[in-house]
Every structure is written in structure tokens, then in C-alpha cells.
Write a protein that binds this ligand. Structure first.
Ligand SMILES: Cc1cc2nc3c(=O)[nH]c(=O)nc-3n(C[C@H](O)[C@H](O)[C@H](O)COP(=O)(O)OP(=O)(O)OC[C@H]3O[C@@H](n4cnc5c(N)ncnc54)[C@H](O)[C@@H]3O)c2cc1C
Length: 333
């Protein structure tokens, strides 16, 4: 591990100032960044701690939504009563990630910007277009069991590892940032980039951005939400496939729906094709299957990860069935 300097500013203006230096990396809980420094993937000269900037509050918004500070620990997000009540999908997604100890350290800002766990990205002896642009992508024909079936390119098929971001994508969250030029809000829909020819550029964040908070709009009236994740083991495992679902059924038909998929794409994947098919349709299993099948027509599985197509289909149908059942019970009671 190379030598670096640790800085702990106590106000945001100073942190933003420091972030403008290309040799600086902002530090949240350090659960990803420090690991990447140990293996030589990240080599900053300065680490700027963001956890003393007063960004550790969860506040209710006037519209019934929530603003979650960038330094709020993952554990505190998942256990907050307002999160559990208004956005159970978010609480469940956070709890499905990592382990208790890691969640106690990990922050919201760091979780959004954690890097892929693609084995080639994490091995500095291997080629990787994301780590070293133009060096190649051995994953295309190599070990790709965990990698993307949607949204990849010939240059990269790494998946985004965050569970929390998948729930936030289904909840139409936005990211509040600050740079030297001022404050800005970026909808999560525009936050991440598909790899295309530049897998090394992962977000649309302006240079030197400090993530300040996440805004989640008020819950959709009467909608239910839940998160299902499938992984190789019950803890400490990244998603092979996951789904965050939000559903409201009225008179037997889908009145509102949001679906986001994790573990299958380079970013939290909003299933817009499926959503469009579902809106107004009878809330029945065959409609759910047809909708996700339409979404997955765009899938480009590799030999090792073709199973993800079936897996994604099954968990989406399962989540929609469960949410539709819960909605019917809610109507009856
Ligand atoms: C064994 C293991 C298993 C895991 N399993 C899962 C899992 O199943 N699901 C899951 O979602 N996650 C999982 N994680 C990842 C874990 O959730 C992340 O490491 C964590 O969320 C990162 O948060 P952090 O605050 O520690 O980020 P850091 O490591 O501090 O930072 C990560 C990145 O975010 C940037 N950053 C941090 N804060 C800010 C800010 N305020 N503004 C701008 N940039 C910032 C940093 O510069 C860095 O690039 C796992 C991690 C480990 C080690």
C-alpha cells in the first residue's frame, strides 16, 4: 500500500475545496476505498474524510419524503423508523448488503460510489478497460458468471454492486452534490452511465463532487414495496440478481409500478419496458411474466451467466405476485 495523507475537514466548503485536487479521494466509511488501495487499484495521495461534515442526519421533507445525509451509516438508514415505514424496500435492500459490521461503517455516499467487484477490475495484473482504458476486457470470454446480461458493451460487462442504489432507483431518488461551482441535484436516473466505449467513466458526476445527501420523494399513495436478492450465500454476498419492486393495484389492475434490477447490469437497471407493459394491465402472474420477458429480450447473456435471465424473470414475478397479494389483502381489510 502506498503512503497517503489523511485529512479531516470539519466544514463542507473546505472539503469541496480539497476535492478539486486530482490526487484526492473522498473517504466515507472506507470499506471499499481502503480495500482498493490495499490491492493497488486506487492510489490517492490524500484521503479527505467526509464523516465530520454534518451530513449524518435523516430529515423528513415537506412532501412526506426523506432527505438522507451522505454520511449516514447504512445501519442507520436500514433501522430508521421513517425509512422502514415509508420505504420498506430501501430498508430491506440495505439489510441485504454486506454484513452488520460493514453496514455500521459504510455510508450512503460511499455505497453509491462503490466500485464493481468484477475479478478483472480487482486484479491489477489483468487487463481491464475500466481500470486501464484500452487494455481490454477478458471478462467477455472469461470468468463472467457474476457479470452483466443487460447494458454491457464489448468494452465492459461489469455489474454495479450496490443493493441500496437499486432500491433508490425504484424510488425515483435524487442525489444532492456540491462542487466548487455550487450545489446541484442529479436524479439517480441520470447519475450512472452505461459503459459504452468508456467504462472508466462510471457516473455523470461533475469533477470534484462531494455527495451531500439523497432525496427520496413521498411514497406513492397506497403502493407496497419490497426487495428480493439472490446470492451465493446468505451474507457477505453480492447479488447474482435482485429486484426492488413498488406496486399499487386498483380494481385488479396495476395502477402504479416501479421495478429496478440489481446484479444484472452496469448500473441499477430500471425495467421501463416491463413497467410500460404492466401499467393498467390485470395484476396477474401471466402478465407479470410477459412483462419481464419483454424487458429481458434485450439481454445478452454469456455462457457462464445465462442463468441470470431465468433468475431475474423468477424474482420479478415473485416480487410482483407478493406485492399484488399484499395489496389485495390491504383492500379487503
Ligand atoms: C465483504 C464485503 C461484502 C459486501 N457486500 C455488499 C453487498 O452485498 N451489497 C452492497 O450493496 N454492498 C456490499 N458491500 C459494499 C459496501 O456496502 C461498500 O463497501 C460500502 O457501501 C461503501 O461505503 P463506504 O462509506 O465505506 O465507502 P468508501 O469506501 O469510503 O468510498 C467508496 C467510494 O465513494 C466515494 N465517496 C465516499 N463518500 C463520498 C461523498 N460523500 N462524496 C463523494 N464521494 C464519496 C469514495 O471516494 C470512494 O470512491 C460489501 C463490502 C464488503 C467489503
Amino acid at each position: 500500500m502506498r503512503k497517503f495523507e489523511y485529512l479531516r475537514p470539519e466544514d463542507r466548503a473546505r472539503a469541496v475545496d480539497l476535492a478539486a485536487n486530482p490526487d484526492v479521494k473522498l473517504l466515507g466509511g472506507g470499506t471499499n476505498l481502503i480495500d482498493l488501495m490495499k490491492i493497488g487499484v486506487e492510489t490517492p495521495e490524500f484521503l479527505v474524510d467526509t464523516t465530520r461534515l454534518g451530513l449524518d442526519e435523516i430529515e423528513s421533507r415537506a412532501d412526506g419524503g426523506l432527505r438522507i445525509g451522505a454520511s449516514v451509516r447504512n445501519t442507520d438508514v436500514a433501522s430508521d423508523d421513517r425509512v422502514r415505514e415509508r420505504f420498506p424496500v430501501l430498508s430491506a435492500a440495505v439489510l441485504a448488503g454486506a454484513s452488520g459490521q460493514l453496514r455500521n461503517m459504510a455510508t450512503v455516499g460511499g455505497n453509491l460510489l462503490q466500485r464493481t467487484r468484477c475479478a478483472y477490475f480487482q486484479d491489477v495484473t489483468k487487463a481491464c478497460n475500466k481500470r486501464k482504458p484500452g487494455s481490454g476486457c477478458p471478462a467477455q470470454t472469461g470468468a463472467n458468471r457474476e457479470l452483466a446480461i443487460l447494458g454491457g458493451s464489448e468494452h465492459c460487462i461489469a455489474t454495479h454492486p450496490s443493493d441500496m442504489a437499486v432500491a433508490l432507483r425504484a424510488l425515483d431518488a435524487s442525489v444532492l452534490i456540491e462542487t466548487e461551482k455550487g450545489a446541484e441535484t442529479i436524479p439517480l436516473a441520470d447519475f450512472y452511465r452505461l459503459p459504452g466505449e468508456r467504462p472508466d467513466i462510471e457516473t455523470n458526476l461533475p469533477y470534484g463532487s462531494l455527495i451531500v445527501a439523497i432525496d427520496i420523494p413521498a411514497p406513492r399513495n397506497g403502493a407496497r414495496s419490497s426487495y428480493v436478492k439472490v446470492r451465493d450465500r446468505a451474507s457477505f454476498g453480492f447479488a447474482l440478481a435482485s429486484v426492488a419492486g413498488v406496486l399499487r393495484v386498483a380494481d385488479g389492475r396495476v395502477a402504479e409500478v416501479a421495478l429496478a434490477l440489481g446484479g444484472v447490469a452496469p448500473l441499477p437497471w430500471r425495467a421501463r419496458v416491463a413497467e410500460a407493459q404492466l401499467m393498467g394491465a390485470p395484476a396477474e402472474p401471466d402478465r407479470f411474466r410477459a412483462a419481464i420477458d419483454a424487458e429481458l429480450e434485450a439481454a445478452q447473456p454469456r455462457p457462464e451467466n445465462a442463468f441470470k435471465v431465468t433468475l431475474a424473470r423468477r424474482i420479478v414475478v415473485r416480487v410482483l405476485n407478493e406485492l399484488a397479494g399484499a395489496t389485495r389483502e390491504g383492500e379487503a381489510s
